[in-house]
Design a protein around this ligand. Sequence first.
Ligand SMILES: C[S@@+](CC[C@H](N)C(=O)[O-])C[C@H]1O[C@@H](n2cnc3c(N)ncnc32)[C@H](O)[C@@H]1O
Length: 180
Amino acid sequence: MSMRTPSVQGASLPPSPWVRRFAALCRPGTALDLAAGGGRHTRLLLEAGHKVIAVDRDVAGLVPLTGPRLEILQADLEDGSPWPLGTRRVDLIVVTNYLHRPLFAPLIAALAPSGLLVYETFAAGNERFGKPSNPDFLLQPGELLDRVRPQLRVLAYEDLEVAEPRPAMVQRIAARATAA
Ligand SMILES: C[S@@+](CC[C@H](N)C(=O)[O-])C[C@H]1O[C@@H](n2cnc3c(N)ncnc32)[C@H](O)[C@@H]1O
Protein backbone atom coordinates (compact mmCIF):
# COMPACT_ATOMS: atom_id res chain seq x y z
CA MET A 1 0.00 0.00 0.00
CA SER A 2 1.41 3.40 -0.86
CA MET A 3 2.13 5.90 1.91
CA ARG A 4 2.41 9.48 0.79
CA THR A 5 4.34 11.75 3.11
CA PRO A 6 2.21 14.76 3.95
CA SER A 7 3.52 18.23 4.59
CA VAL A 8 3.05 19.21 8.23
CA GLN A 9 3.60 22.89 8.84
CA GLY A 10 6.22 22.97 6.14
CA ALA A 11 8.04 19.83 7.28
CA SER A 12 7.61 16.49 5.60
CA LEU A 13 7.31 13.84 8.25
CA PRO A 14 6.63 10.13 8.02
CA PRO A 15 4.41 8.56 10.67
CA SER A 16 6.01 8.39 14.10
CA PRO A 17 7.56 4.96 14.83
CA TRP A 18 6.06 5.20 18.33
CA VAL A 19 2.57 5.62 16.88
CA ARG A 20 3.17 2.82 14.38
CA ARG A 21 4.32 0.48 17.11
CA PHE A 22 1.52 1.03 19.59
CA ALA A 23 -1.39 1.77 17.27
CA ALA A 24 -0.76 -1.72 15.89
CA LEU A 25 -1.94 -3.12 19.24
CA CYS A 26 -5.44 -1.83 18.58
CA ARG A 27 -7.82 -3.84 16.41
CA PRO A 28 -9.69 -1.81 13.78
CA GLY A 29 -12.27 0.34 15.52
CA THR A 30 -12.76 4.07 15.88
CA ALA A 31 -9.66 6.22 16.23
CA LEU A 32 -9.20 9.89 17.02
CA ASP A 33 -6.26 11.82 15.57
CA LEU A 34 -6.19 15.00 17.64
CA ALA A 35 -4.53 18.07 16.10
CA ALA A 36 -4.05 15.91 13.05
CA GLY A 37 -2.14 18.46 10.96
CA GLY A 38 -1.26 17.11 7.54
CA GLY A 39 -2.81 13.76 8.39
CA ARG A 40 0.26 11.52 8.54
CA HIS A 41 -1.34 9.48 11.33
CA THR A 42 -4.87 9.83 9.99
CA ARG A 43 -3.61 8.08 6.86
CA LEU A 44 -1.80 5.42 8.88
CA LEU A 45 -4.93 4.69 10.91
CA LEU A 46 -7.14 4.55 7.83
CA GLU A 47 -4.75 2.10 6.23
CA ALA A 48 -4.93 -0.02 9.38
CA GLY A 49 -8.70 -0.26 8.92
CA HIS A 50 -9.92 2.19 11.56
CA LYS A 51 -12.73 4.66 11.26
CA VAL A 52 -10.89 7.91 11.90
CA ILE A 53 -12.01 11.20 13.38
CA ALA A 54 -9.38 13.78 12.50
CA VAL A 55 -9.61 17.06 14.42
CA ASP A 56 -7.71 20.25 13.76
CA ARG A 57 -8.46 23.95 13.58
CA ASP A 58 -6.81 24.01 10.18
CA VAL A 59 -8.09 21.12 8.10
CA ALA A 60 -6.51 22.15 4.80
CA GLY A 61 -3.93 19.37 5.10
CA LEU A 62 -6.65 16.80 5.73
CA VAL A 63 -8.94 17.67 2.86
CA PRO A 64 -7.01 15.56 0.31
CA LEU A 65 -7.83 12.52 2.47
CA THR A 66 -11.27 11.17 1.71
CA GLY A 67 -13.25 8.02 2.26
CA PRO A 68 -16.26 6.65 4.07
CA ARG A 69 -14.24 5.84 7.20
CA LEU A 70 -12.88 9.39 7.62
CA GLU A 71 -14.59 12.17 9.53
CA ILE A 72 -12.84 15.53 9.55
CA LEU A 73 -13.80 17.92 12.33
CA GLN A 74 -12.65 21.50 12.14
CA ALA A 75 -12.44 22.74 15.71
CA ASP A 76 -10.39 25.13 17.79
CA LEU A 77 -9.39 23.05 20.80
CA GLU A 78 -8.21 25.98 22.87
CA ASP A 79 -10.86 28.67 22.53
CA GLY A 80 -13.18 27.39 25.23
CA SER A 81 -15.54 25.64 22.82
CA PRO A 82 -17.06 22.36 24.01
CA TRP A 83 -15.03 19.21 23.49
CA PRO A 84 -15.69 18.42 19.81
CA LEU A 85 -16.51 14.74 20.30
CA GLY A 86 -19.26 15.34 22.83
CA THR A 87 -19.90 12.05 24.63
CA ARG A 88 -18.51 9.82 21.86
CA ARG A 89 -15.97 7.17 22.88
CA VAL A 90 -13.13 5.88 20.72
CA ASP A 91 -10.88 2.83 20.78
CA LEU A 92 -7.64 4.62 19.98
CA ILE A 93 -6.42 8.19 20.44
CA VAL A 94 -3.28 9.52 18.78
CA VAL A 95 -1.79 12.89 19.69
CA THR A 96 1.59 13.96 18.35
CA ASN A 97 3.52 17.20 18.46
CA TYR A 98 0.70 19.02 20.19
CA LEU A 99 0.10 19.99 23.80
CA HIS A 100 -2.78 21.80 25.42
CA ARG A 101 -2.93 20.62 29.01
CA PRO A 102 -6.65 21.19 29.65
CA LEU A 103 -7.38 18.50 27.04
CA PHE A 104 -5.98 15.60 29.08
CA ALA A 105 -9.22 15.13 31.02
CA PRO A 106 -11.56 15.04 28.00
CA LEU A 107 -9.08 12.91 26.06
CA ILE A 108 -8.91 10.26 28.75
CA ALA A 109 -12.67 10.40 29.21
CA ALA A 110 -13.12 9.81 25.46
CA LEU A 111 -11.44 6.40 25.63
CA ALA A 112 -13.77 3.42 25.33
CA PRO A 113 -13.16 0.54 27.77
CA SER A 114 -9.70 -0.91 27.00
CA GLY A 115 -9.10 2.01 24.64
CA LEU A 116 -5.52 3.02 23.93
CA LEU A 117 -3.90 6.46 24.20
CA VAL A 118 -0.74 6.97 22.15
CA TYR A 119 0.83 10.36 22.82
CA GLU A 120 4.16 11.85 21.77
CA THR A 121 5.22 15.44 22.03
CA PHE A 122 8.06 17.80 22.89
CA ALA A 123 9.56 18.10 26.35
CA ALA A 124 11.55 20.59 28.38
CA GLY A 125 15.05 20.89 27.03
CA ASN A 126 13.82 21.11 23.48
CA GLU A 127 14.72 24.81 23.54
CA ARG A 128 18.30 23.71 22.75
CA PHE A 129 17.17 22.42 19.40
CA GLY A 130 14.79 25.17 18.36
CA LYS A 131 11.02 25.23 18.38
CA PRO A 132 8.85 24.61 20.21
CA SER A 133 10.63 26.48 22.97
CA ASN A 134 7.65 28.02 24.73
CA PRO A 135 7.21 26.21 28.09
CA ASP A 136 3.46 26.06 27.44
CA PHE A 137 4.22 23.58 24.66
CA LEU A 138 6.90 21.56 26.48
CA LEU A 139 6.21 18.76 28.94
CA GLN A 140 7.99 18.95 32.28
CA PRO A 141 10.09 15.92 33.37
CA GLY A 142 7.80 12.97 33.94
CA GLU A 143 4.72 15.05 33.18
CA LEU A 144 3.12 12.85 30.54
CA LEU A 145 3.39 9.85 32.84
CA ASP A 146 1.96 11.78 35.77
CA ARG A 147 -0.96 13.05 33.71
CA VAL A 148 -2.21 9.69 32.50
CA ARG A 149 -1.08 7.23 35.19
CA PRO A 150 -3.88 7.85 37.65
CA GLN A 151 -6.53 6.73 35.18
CA LEU A 152 -4.78 4.53 32.62
CA ARG A 153 -2.51 1.48 32.67
CA VAL A 154 0.82 2.50 31.19
CA LEU A 155 2.25 0.10 28.62
CA ALA A 156 5.32 2.13 27.75
CA TYR A 157 6.79 5.55 28.48
CA GLU A 158 9.92 7.37 27.33
CA ASP A 159 11.36 10.75 28.28
CA LEU A 160 14.46 11.29 26.20
CA GLU A 161 16.43 13.04 23.49
CA VAL A 162 15.86 11.70 19.99
CA ALA A 163 17.85 12.17 16.81
CA GLU A 164 15.07 11.43 14.33
CA PRO A 165 13.21 12.86 12.51
CA ARG A 166 15.30 15.71 13.92
CA PRO A 167 17.09 16.27 17.24
CA ALA A 168 14.49 16.96 19.91
CA MET A 169 13.50 16.29 23.50
CA VAL A 170 10.32 14.23 23.60
CA GLN A 171 8.08 12.30 25.92
CA ARG A 172 5.88 9.54 24.63
CA ILE A 173 3.43 7.18 26.19
CA ALA A 174 1.10 4.33 25.36
CA ALA A 175 -1.55 3.67 27.96
CA ARG A 176 -4.79 1.71 28.17
CA ALA A 177 -8.10 2.41 29.78
CA THR A 178 -9.45 -0.29 32.05
CA ALA A 179 -11.85 -2.86 30.64
CA ALA A 180 -15.54 -2.11 31.15
C1 LIG B 1 3.01 20.51 14.93
S1 LIG B 1 1.44 20.19 14.22
C2 LIG B 1 1.28 18.43 14.53
C3 LIG B 1 0.37 17.76 13.54
C4 LIG B 1 0.27 16.25 13.66
N1 LIG B 1 -0.23 15.85 14.94
C5 LIG B 1 1.61 15.61 13.39
O1 LIG B 1 2.32 15.26 14.34
O2 LIG B 1 1.96 15.49 12.22
C6 LIG B 1 0.31 20.88 15.41
C7 LIG B 1 -1.11 20.89 14.94
O3 LIG B 1 -1.93 21.39 15.98
C8 LIG B 1 -2.95 22.16 15.39
N2 LIG B 1 -3.43 23.12 16.38
C9 LIG B 1 -2.71 24.07 17.01
N3 LIG B 1 -3.51 24.78 17.82
C10 LIG B 1 -4.76 24.26 17.68
C11 LIG B 1 -6.00 24.58 18.25
N4 LIG B 1 -6.13 25.60 19.10
N5 LIG B 1 -7.08 23.86 17.91
C12 LIG B 1 -6.96 22.82 17.03
N6 LIG B 1 -5.80 22.48 16.45
C13 LIG B 1 -4.71 23.20 16.77
C14 LIG B 1 -2.28 22.87 14.24
O4 LIG B 1 -3.22 23.32 13.29
C15 LIG B 1 -1.37 21.77 13.72
O5 LIG B 1 -2.01 21.03 12.71
